[in-house]
Every structure is written in C-alpha cells, then in structure tokens.
Ligand binder design. Sequence first.
Ligand SMILES: Cc1cc2nc3c(=O)[nH]c(=O)nc-3n(C[C@H](O)[C@H](O)[C@H](O)COP(=O)(O)O)c2cc1C
Length: 382
Amino acid sequence: MSSSFSEGSADENPPASRHFDAYPRQATGLNPLRITVGDLVLKNPLICAAGEQTLTEAGIRAALDAGAAVVVAKSFNESEAAKTQLAHTDYALFSPSWERLAWPASTDHRTLRDANLLCRSGLQPRPFDDWLNAVALLDRQAQKIDAFVAASIILADLNAAVAMARKVEAAGIRLLEFNIGTPYADEATHGGVTTERSALRVRELVAALTAAVRIPVWVKLTGQSENVAALADGARGGGATAIIMIGRALGMLPDLDSMSPTLGTNLGYGGAWSLPLTCYWLARSRKHIGQAFPLIGTNGARSGEDVARMMLAGASAVAMGSAVMTGGYGIITEAIDTLSRYLTHHHCAASEIIGKAADRLQSFEEQPYRPEHWQQFVPKSD
Ligand SMILES: Cc1cc2nc3c(=O)[nH]c(=O)nc-3n(C[C@H](O)[C@H](O)[C@H](O)COP(=O)(O)O)c2cc1C
C-alpha cells in the first residue's frame, strides 16, 4: 500500500496499512482478501462501522490507516434532537458477570473481547454541509488507497433523508449507508431516529431513497424484529445494494448499590454474545432472499475469527464497531491479519467462504437418532 493518512512522518509513525503488502497472494496474483459487494470491489471484507470512532476526521483516517476497506462515517440526520443527543451520551463496559470495567478499557484482549457494552449514543452534531464536505474529501483520499469512506444517514423524516442523500451523491461520495434500524427510536426524543420493523415500510423507505440516487445504498436493519429476513427482503425489493444486519438490542441493567438503572436509562446493548444472533439472521436472510444478494454482518464481531464466522454465515463483509471503540484502530489491522491467516490455512480466498456454513445448515430431523443422548447433559439425580 503506497499511501497513508497518518499525520506524522513515515519514520515517526509508520502506518499500519503498509503491513498489508505482506499478505500472501494467490498464484493468480489476485488479493485473496478481495470481495465484491454489488458493483463495489473491496480490498478486504473489513468495515469500520459508524460510531464514535468515526465521529471525527482523525478517527476516520485512523481506521483507513489501519486497513479498513470501508469506513462508515458517524451517522447524520436533520433532527436537532438527534444532534443534541450526542451531549447526553454515556457508555459503560461490563464483564460477562456484570463487573463494571474501567474506561478507557483495559488493553487485555480477552477482557475486551468478552465485554458487554451498554450505552446511549447520539448523532453527528456538525452542520450537514460541513460534515458532508469533510466526508467527501476523506472519500477522495480513501480512493487513493483503494478504500471507501461512506456517508451514513439515520432516518428521521423521509423527505429530509432523500434530500440529504442527493447532496451526498452530488458531493462525490461513492457510498451511502441508510440506517433505518437504530436501537434507540423508542428511547430518543420522538422522531429523532427510526427502528423500522415493518417489511412493507422498509421497502417503501428504501425505494424512496434509492430512486433519488445512483450511488450504492447499503441499508442497515434492526435486529429487534421477529423476522429480520423479511425486512431484508423488503430492503432488497426497495433497491438496496446490500443489507447490513443486525442492529444492536436495547437493554436495561439495574445497579445493585444504587438500586437504579445503570447510566439512568434503557441502553443500546451489544457484546460478543450477539455473534450467533447475527449469524442466524445472515444465514436465514441468505436462504430467504438468495445467495447472490450481498449481506454485511455487524453486531458481535470482535476479531478476525469472528469476521470469518460472519462470512461463513453469509456475510460478504463485516462491520466492526465496539471492538474498535474500546480496543483501538489496531483491532482492524489485527482482524485483517487473522482473517488472512485463516484463509491461507484453509487454502481459499475470502469470496469462497461466504455462506459456506449457512449452506450446510441441516434440519433437526436430519440429525442422528440417539434416544439416550440427552442424558449426558443433565446432572445425576439417581
Ligand atoms: C457507541 C455506538 C455508536 C454507534 N453509532 C452508530 C451510528 O452513528 N450509525 C450507525 O449506523 N450505527 C451506529 N452504531 C452501530 C455500530 O455501527 C455497529 O453496527 C454496532 O455497534 C454492532 O457492531 P459491534 O458489535 O461491532 O459494535 C453505534 C454503536 C455504538 C456502540
């Protein structure tokens, strides 16, 4: 990789992205990490998800330098309430047995990997044109290192979203995320953000947006639905280029000392535990809407192994957020490295593992008939 966005001189601050020149190449000379999402060719399947880690230009540059193929800029919308919400945010990390962990988090990977993140977030507070220009410039710079910086709109008012999408395209930004599945709609000030749970409405919303622009639109869906695959079908029908799934859950954690809710409110809730839920809906959606349609996994990936797991479940690419926010941008580099080693070990390219496990799913009835088997799994009761 020839260029980097690191501000310091190359000697003082060697960019992590250089590291990727060392990746094993196939005999064909093609980059084995390369994948396609619709018409976009990505140099690897790693996406730095939108969040506080992509709230500033410096954060986006750091994610690009770490090697992410796509960095999704912190989401934006027109709602003043959503912008103000950033001043009301708070974040807490917990161990799996609910011990509060210090923030900034420990650098112990194991602790971070297993940590639960409870938080309430907000949106990009900068004026729209200002943020748009910044993202457009970053995307132009990203193009030089074969990467993308995507703009992200979280739905409040549809007409406003359509108008903003047009401006995103006019600014030259090559990729748009349309998030209609934040966890916070029931908590945030009314109308500030949307958790869309109707497949019909997903289709209508996505159709309105995709009719307005020609750039690829990746639609991000909620996991707070009894049928995410139906929502995915709606998004596909509405013209989405790819679907990102699944949005985080909402939770509430009482604090034993104060007998009050942690951080005072209901909270967005995520952790490594989410990975099987994400994989389940990736596999279900792949089956429901067809193997050819690109899915992107998010929610629960904490390492390169997890990226491979989501890909095996049907994801063409994987967006990591909390792991970067808590563990730093180097997590992206490590995940790409680990994925590369995994692919080398299995003698395959990233594109060849997409959906492999999903396509091997069997029904319960197909399993071996073993009437006594369950007895090994219960305590002795005589
Ligand atoms: C603090 C925080 C802020 C987030 N902000 C956004 C956002 O602005 N736009 C968006 O589309 N997703 C946002 N997300 C969701 C993440 O992009 C990501 O999809 C989610 O955290 C699940 O992935 P993870 O398990 O890797 O964190 C946010 C998540 C967190 C934890």
